[in-house]
Design a protein around this ligand. Structure first.
Ligand code: ZN
Length: 359
């Protein structure tokens, strides 16, 4: 899922996301940002997030919990919820499971996330356990408020029944527990007991070693409910996607393709390419000879480097487009490989190639 933090996948038009080239079926919106600006009431008054943005495909909204947690000393977390000050105007705010469900109902996303509490990647057992238990209590409160809102007719803003979807929202639970596998297992049991439409692994990619992340995913993903989607939040690089699919994950979101595109970094089948590098000044080859995207078909590294060096906004737009094409195409190829029973070989070749270095 490309990330559309404030209702825009930065540097990309929706036509491009819908085009055959990218074909993004679902994007992510950040509840925290949209709640503060333009505000949930404003989005609701404009007919919900789909109509507000002009995007008819699926949207997943996060709970806002991660952004609020990331405010550090600027927030106070207790049983009821989290008090914090808006980074926009300094106004005092309060985020609870009930508030998060109400905001996400007003946004009208297809997939709603429960409010959870992250723990630092290196959190001690006691600290991680406390966060995990609070997450379980908040999950039950999220579920209760969500169900009540659905009865009141909260939906995705697409009232006509389409593609077998009722228009009602789906709710995903989140497994926490930092790097402690026994806590992760307990969190999964408590979350699955409440019952959700999908399950996410949260609280990874928050400063822990990569090997820790892989181990948690490897041990937890295979024991998550088989018939429900498994979503690894906030991860990751192309290698992470392949490695975590191999460990049983179905869904990902990450800002890397868009954010790094804006800072001059291209993801390619042979690893990362930094367009700022002087060695590309007269390089007439495309970013990635194996990429079929419109940027690689039309433009050279030399031209992209020139655009970046002169501060042209087109540099960000083109690099973002290529990066999104590369990530989304990688996942399409993953799905194909799984369907044809070829994933193990695909994974090995992909990893070997991406580590082989830019030519
Ligand atoms: Zn490309």
């Amino acid at each position: 899922m490309p990330v559309g933090t404030v209702g825009t996948v930065k540097g990309t038009r929706f036509e491009a996301l819908e085009s055959e080239e990218l074909d993004a079926r679902i994007i992510l919106g950040n509840t925290y940002h949209l709640w503060l600006r333009p505000g949930a009431e404003t989005v609701a008054a404009c007919g919900g997030l789909h109509k507000f943005m002009g995007w008819d495909r699926a949207i997943l909204t996060d709970s806002g919990g991660f952004q609020v947690w990331s405010l550090g000393d600027l927030r106070k977390i207790n049983e009821e919820g989290t008090e914090f000050r808006s980074h926009v105007d300094g106004s005092p705010r309060f985020l609870s499971p009930e508030v998060s469900m109400q905001v996400q109902a007003a946004l009208g996303s297809e997939i709603v996330m429960v409010l959870d509490k992250c723990a630092p990647g290196d959190a001690e057992h006691d600290v991680a356990r406390e966060s995990m238990l609070l997450t379980a209590r908040w999950a039950a409160r999220s579920r209760a408020r969500f169900d009540a809102l659905q009865k009141e007719g909260a939906d995705t803003g697409r009232l006509e029944e389409r593609d077998g979807l009722s228009g009602a929202q789906a709710l995903f639970g989140i497994v926490q527990g930092a790097s402690h596998l026994n806590l992760r297992r307990e969190s999964l049991a408590r979350t699955a007991e409440i019952g959700f439409d999908g399950y996410a692994i949260g609280g990874l990619s928050v400063g822990e070693e990569k090997s820790v992340m892989y181990e948690v995913v490897e041990r937890i993903a295979p024991v998550m409910p088989k018939e429900k989607p498994r979503y690894l939040m906030g991860v990751g690089t192309p290698e992470d996607l392949i490695e975590c699919v191999g460990r049983g994950v179905d869904m990902f979101d990450c800002v890397l393709p868009t954010r790094n595109g804006r800072t001059g970094q291209a993801f390619t089948s042979r690893g990362k390419l930094n367009i700022k590098n002087a060695r590309y000044a007269r390089d007439t080859r495309p970013l990635d000879a194996d990429c079929a995207c419109s940027v690689c078909r039309r433009h050279s590294r030399a031209y992209l480097r020139h655009l970046y060096a002169t501060g042209e906004m087109l540099a960000s737009i083109l690099l973002t487009h290529h990066n999104l094409a590369f990530f989304l195409d990688t996942m399409r190829r993953v799905r194909q490989a799984i369907r044809s029973g070829d994933f193990t070989r695909f994974r090995q070749e992909f990893i070997e190639r991406i580590n082989s270095g830019i030519e």
